[in-house]
Design a protein around this ligand. Structure first.
Ligand code: ADE
Length: 237
């Protein structure tokens, strides 16, 4: 799967994935991550990509033409990309979006900088995403957050294929707690059931813990989660 960033700061996007699981996935050829410098599509000797806002006001606004030209070029070669604009005004990014986007062959992330971008840039993209209700200095970190969340769902990227299935949010609930050795750490013992070898009992315990955690920490998630009758009974206990 191909991930591309369109940015005024391509160097910002170079290294973060190098040593991680995603770096290994790049080495294996499962994913490819690259950054394009928006300035390469800017006109004139000064390669200007921004300008003052019509109507006055502080700050600079990203011009539409360099983005349009860049996207025309990127769309004219290779697999058809889905183009995403990073903006705090976008759709709040959720795990189900990551699952949908992981089915695409190629994603292009348009990263704004400055105070904002010309409104007409919105007409050039397929979707707009926000990674949360806060404002970053640019879309690059937001794009990298999304790339991380999507790339780990690409088949083969995670070592064990089961681990993405049981993720927090994968089924609309938070994940159950995990334990490893030692069996007792600072007087805190691992729950007996996990040492029992009884896989049915372990699965039931994990489901109950998922429900308990979600109820405690994120009750809002329970409204949309798909729950069995047994789940409902456990929640009411
Ligand atoms: N650009 C600036 N802030 C952002 C946010 N919260 N999400 C996505 N892109 C952004």
């Amino acid at each position: 799967m191909i991930f591309e960033l369109l940015t005024l700061f391509p160097a910002l996007c170079d290294s973060p994935f190098a040593d991680s699981i995603l770096g290994k996935a790049v080495d294996k050829g499962l994913i490819d991550i690259s950054a394009h410098n928006l300035r390469d599509w800017a006109e004139g000797r000064h390669k200007i990509t921004d300008d003052t806002p019509y109507g006055g006001g502080d700050g600079m606004v990203l011009k539409p033409e360099p983005v349009a030209k860049a996207l025309d070029d990127l769309r004219s070669s290779g697999p058809r990309p889905r183009v995403l604009l990073m903006t705090p005004q976008g759709v709040p990014f959720r795990q189900h979006h990551a699952q949908q986007l992981a089915k695409e062959e190629r994603l292009v992330f348009v990263c704004g900088r400055y105070e904002g971008f010309d409104e007409r840039i919105r007409t050039l993209v397929d979707d707009e995403f926000s990674i949360g209700d806060f404002v970053l200095t640019g879309g690059e970190l937001a794009a990298m957050v999304m790339i991380d969340a999507v790339a780990r769902l690409v088949p083969g990227v995670l070592g064990s294929s089961g681990s993405a299935v049981s993720d927090s949010h994968a089924d609309g609930l938070l994940e159950h707690p995990h334990y490893t050795r030692p069996a007792t750490f600072r007087d805190m013992a691992v729950p007996d059931v996990l040492l029992s070898g009884n896989h049915g009992a372990i699965e039931r315990w994990r489901r109950r813990e998922q429900l308990r955690r979600t109820l405690q920490r994120r009750p809002d998630l329970l409204e949309k989660a798909v729950l069995s009758e047994q789940d409902q009974r456990w929640l009411e206990e």
